[in-house]
Design a binder for this molecule. Structure first.
Ligand code: ATP
Length: 295
């Protein structure tokens, strides 16, 4: 039995996000183009003689009990398979929290992967994905990674060809956004036609490997809620575009903003401006990274 595992849990951005309807169970049907990026949390799993689940993290404000998604992921598999040993999970967070980058979901996905491996549970990735959706709608995608179309509440996944490589500039304003509240405040019926992202068109652009066309089709209906409330989001997008981003968009329910760049120097310049310029006090976390396409 493997008793110690080190894992990387990667964050995601949404190249497009559309909300179709609210379901009777309270969830929303969505259509999203998901893309993994090179920012990751580090996880260490250690099997212990003492039964139970122990969680430790570098962020003092995160829960270390059953409210942490890594705890829930370990419990889900260990209960189902009556695992007798315990587990100690060390979580080092680097993905911005409550930011629209699926950090918690990705951590949970890594723990599902790790617990399955560590205790030889023999589950396939599809079997882990089926269980993962009980923890969070983005967990199945975080097990798949790469470029993908996500439908239903996020559990219907279609892998897409990897996006052409480019630089990704990520900036998270110093505000936290509750995904639940953003969805609650979205008035789907009042939405005008032109903020409806062309998801099918983006899928075609990805299949043609046309990065310019993908960028032209950026769109996120949740900007109607979050960007309306927080003007900093449009201000960050403007800095990215002014400095040569192909385009810029809010990810998920926000407030994180990302821009895609094919020119390294332009990306560096935009990074410097966000990090040290007039918006620096508002754009709290800024990262320059790349797409992550390994599955
Ligand atoms: P999404 O893109 O799926 O909406 P998010 O980026 O908005 O995700 P997360 O960072 O995953 O949000 O976490 C949101 C909330 O979940 C936090 O306020 C935090 O208290 C709780 N949480 C539970 N487990 C974790 C975890 N492992 N990492 C981060 N947050 C966690």
């Amino acid at each position: 039995m493997t008793t110690h595992l080190k894992l990387k849990a990667y964050g995601k951005i949404n190249l497009a996000l559309d909300v179709l309807r609210k379901r009777e169970d309270g969830y929303h049907d969505v259509r999203m183009i998901m893309q993994t990026v090179g920012i990751y949390d580090q996880l260490e799993l250690q099997a212990t003689r003492k039964p139970g689940i122990a969680v430790e993290t570098n962020l003092s404000y995160l829960p270390v009990n059953e409210n942490n998604l890594v705890y829930q992921a370990a419990k889900l598999l260990m209960d189902e398979f009556s695992v007798k040993s315990g587990i100690h999970i060390t979580l080092r967070k680097f993905i911005p929290v409550a930011a629209g980058m699926a950090g918690g979901s990705s951590d949970a996905a890594s723990v599902l992967f790790g617990v399955n491996k560590m205790f030889n549970l023999g589950l396939s990735r599809e079997e882990l994905m089926k269980r993962g959706v009980k923890i969070g709608a983005d967990v199945p995608y975080c097990l798949l990674r790469g470029t993908a179309l996500s439908e239903g509440i996020g559990e219907k996944l279609t892998p897409l060809p990897a996006m052409p490589q480019c630089r990704v500039l990520i900036a998270k304003p110093g505000i936290s956004v509750s995904t639940k509240l953003v969805y609650e405040n979205l008035n789907i019926n009042a939405r005008s036609g032109d903020c409806h992202p062309d998801i099918d068109g983006m899928v075609q652009a990805i299949q043609k490997q046309d990065l310019q066309e993908v960028a032209k089709k950026f769109g996120n209906v949740l900007e109607l809620v979050t960007a309306k409330k927080y003007p900093i989001i449009e201000e960050i997008k403007a800095v990215m575009k002014k400095n040569g981003a192909l385009n810029a968009l809010m990810s998920g329910s926000g407030p994180t903003v990302f821009g895609l760049f094919t020119d390294e120097r332009a990306a560096q310049k935009a990074y410097e401006e966000l990090r040290y310029g007039s918006l620096a006090s508002l754009a709290k976390q800024v990262y320059l990274t790349s797409l992550f396409n390994r599955r």
